[in-house]
Design a binder for this molecule. Structure first.
Ligand SMILES: [Zn+2]
Length: 249
């Protein structure tokens, strides 16, 4: 759709291994790292994107002007008039609102804008530019990704977590309010094990489990930076100790 050239570039840059995730795992990993509930809640966002909404809104006043004729004949003028003026006002308000707070919902017309307005107010951020992230009023950033089964999911996370996930190479910045998770659960696991060549980070023997350097219990996240390959024994032995703690023993 509208994600044409940029996302591809982003994925390529952020994930040189080429394992960028289009399609794989499920909210499990993400849910695990971030927070449990990938909710199917984005209908609102989906509704908004309707690309011709602005056009419709702008057209509305005109339509309203011409509408009075036929409609006015059918109904008593009094209430009719009120209604019309109200909807006209709303229609007029809309374009303004979207002009000022287009920040709140850039998705829909991104492609369109790129084509018609080379100097958009919100240029596409670099995939790793966390300073481009501007949370919603509630302080949230939208994170989206793909499940192991190729399903899209999304959830809201707070800005701090979003920044951490981008810094630790688990996600890229899509726009000022959205990041995209780079790995599904399966992808992530395969990525870490391959990267570490199935070699335990602690003892150097064969390993095929994923260990969090900073344990999740202590605030670590499931990211390429915080995760290493470990053998089962080391993984179990380390449990939720800090690396220093574990290596000291
Ligand atoms: Zn080991």
């Amino acid at each position: 759709m509208a994600r044409a050239p940029r996302p591809a570039r982003a994925a390529a840059e952020a994930d040189p291994s080429g394992q960028a995730p289009h399609g794989a795992a499920d909210g499990a990993v993400t849910a695990a790292t971030a927070r449990p509930g990938p909710r199917p809640a984005r209908p609102a966002a989906k509704v908004r994107p309707v690309p011709d909404e602005p056009a419709a809104a702008q057209a509305a006043p005109a339509a309203g002007a011409s509408a009075p004729g036929p409609a006015g004949e059918a109904r008593p003028p009094g209430p009719r008039k009120r209604k019309r003026s109200r909807s006209t006002a709303a229609a007029e308000r809309k374009p303004h609102a979207s002009a000022t707070e287009s920040a709140a919902k850039p998705r829909p017309r991104a492609a369109e804008q790129a084509a018609s307005h080379p100097h958009r107010r919100w240029p596409k951020p670099e995939p790793d530019d966390v300073s481009a992230l501007i949370p919603s009023k509630q302080g949230m950033i939208l994170m989206r990704g793909y499940s192991d089964k190729g399903r899209r999911w999304h959830q809201e996370i707070d800005l701090d977590l979003a920044v951490t996930l981008v810094r630790e190479k688990a996600a890229v910045v899509v726009n000022r309010r959205t990041i995209r998770r780079l790995f599904s659960n399966k992808d992530f696991r395969r990525y870490i094990l391959t990267r570490d060549r199935y070699t335990c980070h602690f003892c150097g023997l064969y390993g095929d489990t994923i260990d969090h350097l900073l344990p999740r219990a202590k605030g670590g996240h499931t990211t390429p930076v915080n995760c290493v390959c470990a053998c089962n024994l080391c993984n179990q032995a380390k449990a939720d100790q800090y690396v220093d703690e574990f290596m000291g023993n």
